[in-house]
Design a protein around this ligand. Structure first.
Ligand code: NAD
Ligand code: UD1
Length: 336
């Protein structure tokens, strides 16, 4: 089965391509390299012995979309391409809505012209906003989002809902990721953020490798066991497998399918720091700081729907997430 993977050179997309190849699927990548490097292709080859067909281009470029759909006989699309930095989205909302919302509409329009009916979309637990209770299941209300990035994900979900309603032959799957972390266990591929990392795990990794002096722990006065924020961290390899499970289970079934992809278990900032210290064999320097505006206290997934309907479950714990991130970071201190 040939699958167009938009954003396939990025963090989650690249790991998903490796797992797809291992599972006998054929990824075709479209990426404009705005947040990734071409070196990723060689790494995919090192791990799998295969190099996916790669189109360098933008999802908002109708010509390249039509070219891909006419040159490749695509069965399904996994749509990772988009911008994802929350802070930047507040500064540049236009770029976020253009890339994430308009880009998705361009892609779906080209899919419809080409008669491709199966789409898996990278959504986020951010669409749940600050949930009234945890764990969060797929029926928890969405839309109470606090920043343009989150709102762009929510808007795309709503657009796709309407599009699927009007085209009932389509299979559209919304995968709501919790907090993806970790790296390929070989240390060959991992997250390579440009500039100062926004997210916890890559920041800890850069402190561990000596690129940053200390971690700022944003708030230790939350109503959580140790006062720091609690999240559902999920290993990127589990997340990658979740996409394949979704393609297999519902990729050919018409309808709108929605799944949380998480582990169902929350970990605090200080628990992540401890797990990483164990992995790298030395302490991680940190300072307790005020809360980060917009953050919520805790968030973790009810994963029972994915377990039941996708026959998928996360396998890796935070120990493996830390060990694999460390292996990647220490072997590639400056990324790709
Ligand atoms: P990433 O930035 O590493 O990967 C995104 C890829 O898309 C990059 O390679 C980038 O060059 C490409 N891209 C961006 N805009 C494009 C465009 N207009 N045309 C073509 N290519 C384009 O990000 P990631 O962490 O791998 O995230 C993938 C998807 O998952 C994103 O949609 C993101 O919003 C979503 N998501 C990520 C997280 C997370 O924590 N990483 C959490 C929830 C959801
Ligand atoms: C953030 C985004 C969310 C996005 C997700 C992707 C915000 C408000 N939310 O979620 O929209 O989908 O990333 O993974 O940015 N922390 C520190 N120090 C740091 C960095 C983080 O203490 O330097 C803490 C945070 O306060 C939080 C936890 O670590 O409690 C996780 O933070 P992060 O990795 O940024 O993810 P989220 O905030 O869950």
């Amino acid at each position: 089965m040939k699958v167009l993977v938009t954003g396939g050179m990025g963090y989650i997309g690249s790991h998903t391509c490796v797992q797809m190849i291992e599972a006998g699927l054929e990824p075709v990548i479209l990426d404009n390299l705005c947040n990734s490097k071409e070196a990723v292709l060689e790494r995919i080859n090192q791990l799998t012995g295969k190099t996916p067909v790669f189109y360098q281009g933008d999802i908002r470029d109708r010509e390249i979309l039509d070219q891909i759909f006419s040159e490749q006989s695509i069965d399904s699309v996994i749509h990772f391409a988009g911008l994802k930095a929350v802070g930047e989205s507040v500064e540049k909302p236009l770029e976020y809505y253009d890339n994430n919302v308009h880009g998705t509409l361009m892609l779906v329009d080209a899919m419809k012209s080409a008669g491709v009916n199966s789409l898996v979309f990278s959504s986020s637990a951010t669409v749940y906003g600050d949930p009234a209770e945890v764990p969060i299941n797929e029926n928890t209300p969405t839309g109470n989002v606090t920043n343009p990035y989150g709102r762009s994900k929510y808007m795309v979900e709503e657009c796709l809902r309407d599009i699927q309603y009007a085209a009932p032959e389509m299979s559209i799957t919304l995968l709501r990721y919790f907090n993806p972390v970790g790296a390929h266990p070989s240390g060959t591929m991992g997250e390579d953020p440009q500039g100062i990392p926004n997210n916890l795990m890559p920041f800890i990794a850069q402190v561990a490798v000596g690129r940053r002096e200390f971690l700022s722990v944003f708030g230790n006065d939350y109503p959580t066991p140790d006062g720091t924020g609690v999240r559902d961290y999920i290993h990127v390899m589990d997340l990658a497998d979740g996409h394949i499970a979704a393609l297999n289970a519902v990729g050919k079934k018409d309808g709108l399918h929605i799944f949380n992809l998480g582990t169902g278990k929350g970990s605090s900032v200080l628990e992540m720091v401890d797990a990483f210290s164990d992995a790298c064999g030395h302490d991680i320097a940190y300072k307790l700081c005020p809360r980060r505006p917009g953050d919520i206290a805790e968030c973790w997934a009810d994963t029972s729907k994915a377990t039941k309907e996708l026959n998928w479950e996360a396998k890796f714990d935070v120990k493996a997430m830390a060990a694999d991130t460390w292996r990647w970071q220490s072997a590639n201190p400056k990324g790709y």
